[in-house]
Design a protein around this ligand. Structure first.
Ligand SMILES: Nc1ncnc2c1ncn2[C@@H]1O[C@H](COP(=O)(O)OP(=O)(O)OP(=O)(O)O)[C@@H](O)[C@H]1O
Ligand SMILES: [Mg+2]
Length: 426
């Protein structure tokens, strides 16, 4: 079948002799046309996006070749065939998202790859020792603008999933003497700050505001070199069982978190941790100019990438008239997001208090969400300024400094609901 299809190839191979060899071999094949020899990546991208080819042959050492570039080529409908070289081994090229990787000088496989007859390159997967081969779960914590408590929810949920401060179950004296009490459930958790407008996990946990771990991981992913070891290096353990990928230090650095790279980062996160909790920015851009699938820079690409990757989206709203209204609209926005959001949704209303919604605040909030958003099982978190301010001041999670906090109890319950939603979760 492939014999009858004409393949139009764009060639961008760095070394002149290698380029000449590729062009000669491909040009001699029936139904294969070498449409363009591109001197550099920019020329290749322009030709691809002008619809000049159906396949691209690139050398691994082509300057500027990264995940973003490969995604653009594939987005333009090209099959991307990469030629391996000593500096860019096959694994890295597969990590960039290339469809097929062939060895340098392997004319037979190059032709097969261009024709679509060679098996696709599998994106390299590293072993996941602490998950026993299973794949971790991604939880995106999102909510509309107005500081409803996304970061608080993300941090406290991460702490609760890691079992920080969880008391061992009480046992009778007899049992305790003969058998040690089982450890409370504690998983490895990765907390990622993907808020491109106002990241704050770093200061909330009292960390140094230096190199953003998430941007470093995204950079490695963009270069095709993000493995689990590299991800672990960029995500230090800051609490027992909790690693952190810190966010960008200034909002203007948002281009350092491109969606094409974060897609790979989240894939790797699944291999490193049982749960990855992502603190997202508030905006789900619907402006066509900034749509996810164009090549315009994506201010909200990090949030959209997390939402697309997630198994669970925790949607956080504030328990006051403005916050509830935004939450109702936010749930609609999530349904109409620029990317498919296949995740289960857990709606959290934070800072529940009579003073902002009237008497019997809890039932008022439940009624409002049932009526206006069709949400029946909303999760309520009480207003707890004493607990949260103590945590804010100390740069700690509630379990460390305000263990009796009512908000903390609500976040521990939230972690229980998350576990129920992903029963096979690790
Ligand atoms: N349940 C609560 N009770 C009292 N204060 C709270 C509660 N939840 C959050 N806060 C406080 O509200 C403020 C905003 O919370 P947070 O930073 O989590 O919101 P956000 O949605 O991430 O905001 P941003 O838009 O800055 O990202 C913080 O000072 C936090 O301590
Ligand atoms: Mg925040």
């Amino acid at each position: 079948m492939s014999e009858e299809r004409t393949v139009t190839v764009l060639v961008a191979v760095h070394a002149p002799d290698e380029e000449a060899a590729a062009v000669t071999v491909l040009g001699a094949q029936p139904q294969v046309t070498v449409a363009r020899r591109c001197a550099e990546l920019a020329e290749l991208l322009a030709a691809a996006e002008a619809g000049a080819g159906t396949a691209a042959v690139v050398s691994g050492d082509l300057p500027g070749l990264d995940r973003e570039a490969v995604a653009r080529l594939r987005g333009a409908g090209l099959r991307v065939v990469a030629i391996e070289d000593p500096a860019t081994p096959a694994e890295r090229l597969a990590g960039l998202g290339c469809d097929v990787v062939v060895a340098g000088g392997d004319a037979e496989n190059l032709v097969a790859a261009v024709r679509g007859d060679a098996p696709d390159a599998a994106e390299p997967a590293a072993p996941a020792p602490d998950l026993g081969g299973r794949s971790g779960t991604i939880i995106a914590v999102w909510g509309p603008a107005g500081s409803p408590g996304r970061t608080t929810t993300a941090i406290e949920l991460a702490a609760a999933l890691a079992g920080i401060g969880a008391a061992a179950p009480r046992r009778s004296g007899l049992l305790r003497r003969h058998r040690p009490a089982p450890r409370p459930r504690a998983d490895t958790v990765l907390l990622a700050d993907a808020d491109t407008y106002a990241s704050s996990v770093t200061s909330r946990l009292g960390l140094l505001d230096d190199a953003p771990g998430l941007a470093a991981a995204a950079r490695a992913a963009g270069q095709g070199v993000l493995d689990v070891v590299t991800l672990a290096r960029h995500s230090p353990v800051v609490l027992p069982g909790v690693r952190v990928l810190t966010g960008i230090t200034r909002a203007s650095r948002w281009p350092e978190l491109p969606a094409t790279s974060l897609d790979m980062v989240f894939q790797r996160c699944r291999e490193l941790a049982s749960w990855t909790v992502v603190d997202c920015g508030p905006v789900l851009e619907a402006d066509e100019v900034l749509m996810y699938d164009t090549r315009a820079p994506q201010r909200n690409g990090a949030t959209l990438s997390a939402l697309q990757a997630a198994e669970i989206v925790v949607v956080v709203g504030g328990a006051d008239p403005v916050g509830l209204q935004r939450l109702v609209r936010g749930l609609e926005d999530l349904r109409d997001a620029a990317v498919p959001v296949p995740a289960a949704r857990l709606v959290v209303v934070n800072r529940v208090r009579d003073a902002a919604v009237g008497r019997r605040a809890e039932s008022q909030v439940r009624d409002a969400l049932a009526r206006y958003a069709g949400v029946d099982n909303v999760h309520l978190v009480p207003d707890d300024p004493a607990g949260l301010d103590t945590a804010l001041l100390a740069g700690r999670v509630l379990a460390e400094c305000a263990s009796g906090s009512p908000a903390r109890a609500a976040f521990v319950d939230l972690a229980g609901r998350v576990r129920e939603l992903v029963p096979t979760g690790v």
